[in-house]
Write a protein that binds this ligand. Structure first.
Ligand SMILES: C[S@@+](CC[C@H](N)C(=O)[O-])C[C@H]1O[C@@H](n2cnc3c(N)ncnc32)[C@H](O)[C@@H]1O
Length: 599
């Protein structure tokens, strides 16, 4: 047993928990620390809660007896040491309360990322945020607090900043007028670091000591928008990514019944690249995403005289369908007259929105719907000349596998000598010769997207083709998007293309920015989901409507007009469009183009 960790310890009173997709996050309300943990570690931390049976502080012997191998638990002494060390480092386990509260003055406050505030003057700050119920909260700071907030530079300690404030002739007198100024500052900063606010985090050292921004501890860059979790009342969270060999919860039910407000779905819940560029955009040569995609289809022979039957899977708000049909009507009116455009979609609310968009565009006459889940749908042989699926297949069924289950570490290289496939997914992967040699352990497989591509072998008419876009990489195994309210995965485009080739289709994977000709030298507004909501509320108060589009600097200045000085808005961030556009990373998006050779 280690002697370094032997002092009796208790869980800090300032720890609260949050949960997202089975992972528990402890948030330290005094410093803003965030650490992710599994439920067993949360139970260990709670064992040190002074409200726990037996009461804290707990000695190391008690922790050993409950969690150590020698007692009732599973951890060896080295593991326990490590957990205690980390929990102490993040002040989740402490020896006394007093030391905690006063230590804030020696720390360096760092203003949080993704805050929205209006600061028309050096002592006038109003913050805008959204509570868990989606209500907008407006928080005007008093002049001394405004000045302190704008001074948080990640270099000075709270003690130094407090001395500056007290000596400041403009705000110092007000701060000193009613009681102990240091206590006022301490209370205000404690409010700011609290999980309900998260205006700043406290660092033990100045930011410069960490080096470049990507080397800062992640809690200094993160926010915690997840649901609260109460260890005393709430069930132990289950990690949705845990089950092996079986389909992980695809979001079918979510789309069928969970999407009620179609426009809000794309504005605030889950946006798509095609949505951000649905209107003519300077970085697309003043064309829309759909118009540029139509150009790409003509250039690659996906559009042409052979195209009569188009199927779009997952139509969203209908903008892409409207743009593609409008393009056909303009460029090839005779072709347009004979085109049928079928939209397959799960969501009744989105189907209604599609109908409206297509009616507004005057192309409704060409469109029919096939409601339902495409994963369980069959298509008649040779019934599709062009299949379009834009940013949808990440929603399809994904399965987690292990190398052992797939027999990947067997000594023999002969496929015939492999053990029989343990499940349908593995059988499919073997049948289609999907290369898994480089698979991490465990790994995910986009089985729904692969089976979808498999259907194209017969569904596409000879000479027909398909365009399937999503975010993902050519050689990266699927990664779960945990920030959404439903589970979805990036696409392993290399494997998807292998399936397509195996069934005899010609394939090509292209970067979406190349397909639509995005001007990658441009910069666009970078946001997160809550940042967008907050900025939208703040601009709304000035009579400005913030839309979900990829704003360039010039577009944003135009939007503000004379209503608001962009310099007074904190913190606007314009990044290279390829790196981050609103909340998306356009360089991550790819398009798989497949073609069935003409008979
Ligand atoms: C992320 S949105 C993409 C919408 C649109 N293509 C775009 O680029 O904005 C996903 C769309 O696919 C639909 N969808 C998701 N899974 C589906 C499935 N299994 N079968 C049919 N439609 C599905 C949803 O209802 C929604 O319209």
């Amino acid at each position: 047993m280690s002697t370094a960790n032997s002092a009796p310890l208790m869980r800090s009173r300032h720890v609260t928990y949050f949960v997202q997709h089975g992972t528990i996050y402890a948030y330290h309300n005094l410093f803003g620390y965030i650490i992710a943990m599994s439920p067993d570690l949360a139970a260990f931390l709670e064992f040190h809660n002074r409200a726990a049976p037996g009461g804290a502080p707990r000695t190391r012997e008690e922790a050993d007896a409950r969690f150590g191998k020698a007692g009732q638990g599973e951890w060896d002494a080295a593991q326990l040491d490590e957990f205690i060390t980390v929990f102490r480092l993040f002040s989740c386990l402490i020896e006394s309360d007093e030391a905690e509260a006063t230590s804030v003055f020696s720390m360096v406050p760092v203003r949080s990322r993704w805050l929205v505030y209006h600061a028309p003057g050096p002592a006038e700050v109003t913050l805008w945020r959204t509570d868990r119920e989606g209500r907008t909260l407006i928080d005007p700071l008093v002049p001394w607090a405004s000045r302190l907030f704008l001074r948080l530079d990640g270099a000075a300690t709270l003690s130094e900043l407090t001395d500056e404030l007290i000596a400041d002739p403009e705000v110092g007198p007000a701060l000193k007028a009613s009681g102990d100024p240091r206590e006022h500052v301490r209370r205000e900063v404690q409010r700011w670091t609290h999980s309900s606010q998260q205006y700043c985090k406290l660092s033990k050292v100045p930011l410069a000591k960490f080096g470049k921004e990507h080397q800062w501890p992640s809690y200094l860059k993160s926010t915690m928008p997840y649901a609260p979790w109460d260890p005393a009342k709430d069930p132990t969270p289950v990690d949705a990514l845990d089950p092996v060999g079986v389909p992980l919860n695809p979001p079918h039910a979510y789309y069928e019944t969970g999407v009620t407000d179609a426009a809000e779905q794309f504005a605030s819940v889950e946006t798509t690249l095609s949505h951000l560029f649905r209107s003519p955009h300077p970085l697309l040569g003043n064309a829309s995403y759909g118009e540029r995609l139509a150009d790409a289809f003509w250039m690659r022979g996906l559009f042409g005289p052979h195209v009569r039957r188009i199927v779009e899977v997952g139509g969203g708000l209908g903008h892409l369908a409207a743009a593609l049909l409008t393009d056909l009507r303009t460029r090839a009116p005779e072709l347009y007259e004979h085109v049928s455009y079928t939209i397959v979609d799960l969501s009744p609310a989105l189907r209604d929105a599609q109908r409206q968009t297509l009616m507004d565009a005057g192309v409704l006459d060409r469109v029919t719907w096939r409601p339902g889940n495409v994963e369980t749908m069959d298509f008649d042989a040779g019934s599709i000349d062009l299949l379009v699926s834009n940013e949808v297949v990440g929603d399809f069924t994904t399965v987690k596998l292990t190398r052992e289950l797939c027999g990947l570490d067997s000594d023999f290289d002969e496929p015939d000598l492999l053990p029989p496939p343990a499940n349908d997914t593995i059988a499919f992967l073997r049948d289609h010769q999907v290369n898994l040699r480089d698979a991490p352990d465990p790994f995910f497989v986009n089985i729904g997207a692969m089976r979808f591509v498999r259907k194209l072998a017969t569904a596409l008419a000879p000479g027909g083709g398909a365009y399937i876009s999503e975010y993902g990489e050519v050689a990266r195994y699927p990664v779960a998007s945990t920030q959404l309210d439903h589970l979805e995965f990036s696409i392993h485009f290399g494997q998807l293309a292998q399936v397509a080739r195996h069934i005899g289709l010609e394939t090509k994977v292209e970067y979406l920015h190349d397909l639509v000709g995005l001007d990658r030298s441009g910069r666009t507004l970078a946001t997160t989901r809550t940042y967008f909501q907050n900025l939208r509320s703040m601009l709304g108060a000035f009579g400005i409507t913030l839309d979900k589009v990829g704003y360039t600097d010039a577009m944003f200045v135009d939007l503000l007009g004379d209503q608001l000085d962009p310099e007074s808005i904190g913190e606007l961030r314009f990044d290279s469009v390829d790196e981050r556009c609103m909340g998306l990373s356009p360089h991550e998006f790819k398009g798989l183009i497949v073609r069935r050779t003409a008979a």
